[in-house]
Design a protein around this ligand. Structure first.
Ligand SMILES: Cc1cc2nc3c(=O)[nH]c(=O)nc-3n(C[C@H](O)[C@H](O)[C@H](O)COP(=O)(O)OP(=O)(O)OC[C@H]3O[C@@H](n4cnc5c(N)ncnc54)[C@H](O)[C@@H]3O)c2cc1C
Length: 393
């Protein structure tokens, strides 16, 4: 009998399991294992600090972000006072799972099948990886952290089967040692170009000895592999060895409700929680795991299922505004090449650079610079209403 079974051992599930184990709960973490999560692996300093990520997990430190427009204009944004960290999900996720087990969580390896409720008991039913047999883990509560297209969300939470997605595809390649004229191992390239992605963006993210090159789109019929080949060509990476080719959905919108008013609460991609515009999900998955653990612990202590609602409430209190701003940026600027050109132009602005990067790095909208906000707001408006020419810098 467990207090909580966490379904999924990615950043959301492993964080929830670790926090619950530390709070003294009897917790199991079920993960099917054997697959590396397709992911660019970029994480902000706030994550490294809040979740105590050791240096050994950081395979590259990024000091510049290069924004590239449809007409190939490049704007380099220096990352001041820190760096964007790069992790390899193969090792990062396993590190998080091991830490959860060391904190006291029991690890179950197998595939989630369903939740059964009979005679007042609830059980998570899964296929055990080693024996191939069906097993039951009896529990009081469940955290659904089984990623995008979550089976737990689909079965338990209204709307869980209708989360909108972009499909992201990337290739992990062997990076040219020391870099080239077009590839810098300390720089992330973000490519806004309708030929690469008509509704999202492409990227080249260095990972030390490897690099992730890919793009995302929610539009059917876009050839993801061809777009990625074009990205590799533009960055002079066509001849590099391809180590893996893989794709996965990135959810676009958090669900309105994360619990089932009974015994289950969602976290991370399962709840649709990825930042609009950027597709950043690792930090938000870990925060989601943390607030799900807080909500589950509160419910275990009080016996009130209503306390499961705490998860979404705590998350939104902190991140709602950033999500809203990023959503409107995506709606405004990812529509056409003309808008993308304007977006990259806007990135020339030092105030825009500082505020976006402060928001990314520290997950806070900085209130101390009200005039910068006003200036950015006006420039934004001028671009969207075409009061300034496209080549404004
Ligand atoms: C190509 C791509 C690039 C990305 N790049 C970035 C980036 O650079 N930075 C960033 O912050 N975010 C990025 N993201 C988003 C990020 O990867 C996700 O938001 C994040 O992994 C979500 O974490 P999670 O724990 O919620 O889900 P996941 O990481 O998907 O973990 C879910 C876990 O559940 C397990 N699981 C699933 N189903 C079952 C089942 N039936 N039974 C048992 N176990 C199950 C899986 O094995 C997995 O371990 C990217 C996503 C994609 C697709």
């Amino acid at each position: 009998m467990f207090d909580v079974v966490v379904v999924g051992g990615g950043p959301a599930g492993a964080t929830a399991a670790e926090d619950l184990a530390r709070s003294g709960a009897r917790v199991a973490m079920l993960d099917r294992a054997g697959r590396i999560k397709p992911c660019g692996g970029a994480i902000p300093p706030r994550l490294i600090a809040d979740f105590h990520i050791p240096d050994s997990q950081i395979v590259a430190r990024i000091r510049t972000a290069r924004m590239i427009s449809p007409t190939q204009r490049a704007v380099d944004i220096p990352i001041e006072n820190g760096f964007v960290g790069m992790v390899d999900r193969e090792h990062f996720d396993e590190f998080l799972r091991t830490r959860a087990v060391e904190a006291g969580a029991e690890r179950l390896t197998g595939t989630f099948l369903r939740i059964e409720r009979e005679g007042g008991t609830t059980a998570v039913v899964y296929r055990d990886k080693a024996s191939r047999e069906e097993r039951r883990a009896v529990t009081r509560l469940i955290v659904g952290a089984d990623g995008a297209r979550s089976d737990v969300a689909r079965a338990e939470v209204p709307g869980g089967d209708r989360i909108p997605y972009v499909i992201a595809y990337h290739e992990i390649i062997a990076a040219p040692a020391g870099g080239t004229a077009d590839y810098d191992p300390d720089r992330c390239d973000v490519i806004y170009d309708g030929k690469i992605s008509p509704d999202f963006y492409g990227w080249v993210f260095p990972h030390g000895a490897q690099a992730s090159v890919g793009m995302g789109t929610g539009i059917d019929g876009v050839d993801l592999k061809r777009a990625t080949a074009a990205l590799r060509h533009a960055a002079g990476l066509t001849g590099c060895e391809t180590i893996r080719k893989e794709g996965a959905p990135i959810p676009l919108k958090p669900l309105d409700k994360w619990d089932n008013d009974r015994d289950t609460v969602l976290a991370g991609d399962a709840a649709g929680v990825v930042a609009p515009s950027s597709g950043e999900g690792i930090y938000y998955a870990m925060v989601g795991g943390r607030v799900a653990a807080t909500a589950a612990a509160a419910t275990l202590a009080s016996g009130r299922v209503k306390d499961l609602q705490l998860a979404r409430r705590l998350f939104m209190k902190e991140h709602k505004t950033v999500f809203r701003v990023l959503r409107s940026m995506q709606d405004a600027y990812y529509k056409s090449d003309e808008r993308r050109e304007r977006f990259v132009s806007l990135c020339h602005d030092v105030d825009v650079q500082r505020l976006t990067f402060e928001a990314y790095m520290n997950k806070k909208l900085v209130k101390a610079r009200p005039m910068a906000h006003v200036r950015i707001g006006l420039k934004n408006l001028a671009h969207l209403t075409r009061l300034v020419p496209e080549t404004y810098a």
